[in-house]
Design a protein around this ligand. Sequence first.
Ligand code: SAM
Length: 225
Amino acid sequence: MPPVTQLYLVPTPIGNLQDITLRALEVLREVDTILAEDTRTSSKLLNHFEIRNNLESFHAFNEHKKLAGLIARLQDGETMALISDAGTPSISDPGFLLVRACQEQDIAVECLPGPTALIPALVNSALPSDRFVFEGFLPVKKGRKARLESIRDEPKTVILYESPHRLLKTLEQLSTELGAERKASISRELTKIHQETVNGTLSELIEHYKKNTIKGELVIVIAGK
Ligand code: SAM
């Protein structure tokens, strides 16, 4: 018999609430406790689906401190679901530390499949999607140059998360490092009303975003070398 799952990682919508899965709703209703990155953000989601359950905070600033206590509770038989503000927990969000600690203690963990920003951005880019590298957020200062250099030589399609106020600067640095003719793609506000994808060379994207200041969340996808 497979082990009984104690901890579920439950992906939540990245914009459109219709993207939650039936199984995600069932798990969120049935676990003993929901661990949430931001309890206020998650309350809105849970209220929308009329889920009343125990909500507890688990985020980048308390995950180390809470780890041992959560492991002890899971070992005592409590079931939990971890959610982040949006998308799949542990993908540029808290989760990895808890999953690793569970594995070390033979606590059964299951990540449900569901929303995440990187996959639709990759497919929208029209760049090769058979092999790709997810680099998450680039370091803002220390290590940034080395990371850009490793992207320059990467033969697979590269996916980055970036904030809108840094987009232009990042595109300019990518252009300097990788060459202005390297193909890339920006997917913004995925699943939301104003979603858009702009594909082109780095120099075309720079021209576009010099003319169009943008808001919202975005993903950068870059062609491999
Ligand atoms: N765990 C999330 C996931 O599975 O995609 C990622 C969380 S990370 C803190 C947030 C970043 O994901 C944003 O800065 C942006 O790069 C990307 N992102 C999240 N939602 C998005 C959306 N609707 N459209 C485009 N990018 C999005």
